[in-house]
Design a protein around this ligand. Structure first.
Ligand code: FDA
Length: 278
């Protein structure tokens, strides 16, 4: 698991994340920094995560890096107390606004969807235009959720959801992804196209062909398909890499492993490769 984490996670500290972001920026890639910390159990821990985001925003600003932040509402206290979570989120979004930066609110499992969209809408109604949310194409509700949003990252979705509310077949998720992307683009909503699926990347290139380049971006996870990301950058598209850092790497790594069991093979091959090189 630690081998896995080193592929997908910048490292335990903010310095590690900034080092990775510097390299990405040098290759024309944007970044979004995620402070790992979903397993919080107390208000103080939630406040500490919010504090870490303020540190991230300050360092990104001071170093002139091209990176925004991605937050998980459970990390900011969603399951402890909605008001605490709102307070933490407002603090991070307010600080980002003062620095001309942006906050993406990640989407977690379906028990959080309504609350996440509600907090996002509250912020926008309060005039915070420097924030966006995430929609998951595997959820049957997602096409209806598009209306009224302003800035969306569209992904397939990574949590295990019941069939009553989620498409389960690979092709059904893909088809809904394309449907949702078309609706988002038709409505003129800024979109982050988060996928490594070649079919969806090609479909997205078709859907956005007449969209100005500053109205969309592709997004990929650190450690996944960096060569394809380079090609998109070379093609003149904005491309953002999701850069997680922190000591709470276990949950994040488990999701990557469950999503793509082939990953275990990459780790084995990588380990063997290193041993042989030695
Ligand atoms: P798919 O899983 O079909 O992968 C396509 C191909 O990409 C694979 O065949 C393989 O080649 C490569 N690949 C994919 N994953 C890999 C891996 N782990 N290791 C190695 N190769 C891999 N989800 C969510 O529920 N809420 C969220 O907020 C976010 N946020 C988010 C941000 C960004 C920037 C990305 C890219 C993704 C997310 N996700 C997410 C995760 C997303 O929902 C989804 O689980 C993954 O992106 C995998 O789906 P793909 O569209 O890449 O297709």
């Amino acid at each position: 698991m630690q081998r896995l984490s080193s592929r997908y996670i910048a490292g335990p500290t903010l310095d590690d994340a900034l080092r990775v972001v510097r390299k990405l920026n040098a290759k024309g890639k944007l970044a979004t920094i995620d402070v790992l910390g979903e397993e919080i159990t107390s208000p103080d821990e939630a406040r500490a995560i919010a504090g870490q985001y303020l540190d991230v925003l300050a360092r990104v600003d001071a170093e002139g890096l091209d990176a925004n932040v991605s937050v998980k509402l459970t990390g900011l206290g969603l399951e402890l107390d909605l008001d605490l979570c709102r307070e933490n989120l407002e603090a991070v979004v307010g600080d980002a606004a003062a620095r001309g930066n942006f906050v993406r609110i990640d989407m977690e499992d379906s028990s959080t969807t309504d609350r996440t969209l509600e907090l996002y809408r509250e912020l926008r109604e309060a005039g915070r235009s420097n924030t966006g949310v995430v929609l998951q194409a595997y959820l049957r509700r997602t096409l209806d959720d598009v209306d009224g949003l302003d800035n969306v990252r569209l992904c397939k979705g990574i949590y295990v959801e019941p069939v009553e509310i989620a498409y389960k077949e690979f092709e059904a998720v893909r088809a809904n992804y394309v449907r949702c992307l078309e609706r988002i683009v038709d409505e003129g909503i800024y979109v982050g196209i988060a996928t490594h699926d070649e079919y969806l990347i090609e479909e997205a290139l078709r859907v956005v062909r007449d969209v100005p380049r500053d109205r969309y971006e592709f997004q990929m996870l650190l450690g996944v398909r960096p060569d394809r990301a380079d090609e998109l950058v070379a093609g003149g598209h904005r491309l953002r890499v999701y850069v997680p850092y922190g000591t709470q790497w276990y949950e994040y790594s488990m999701r990557r492993l469950q999503e793509n069991p082939k990953t275990a093979g990459y780790i084995a091959a990588d380990t063997v490769g290193r041993v042989l090189k030695r």
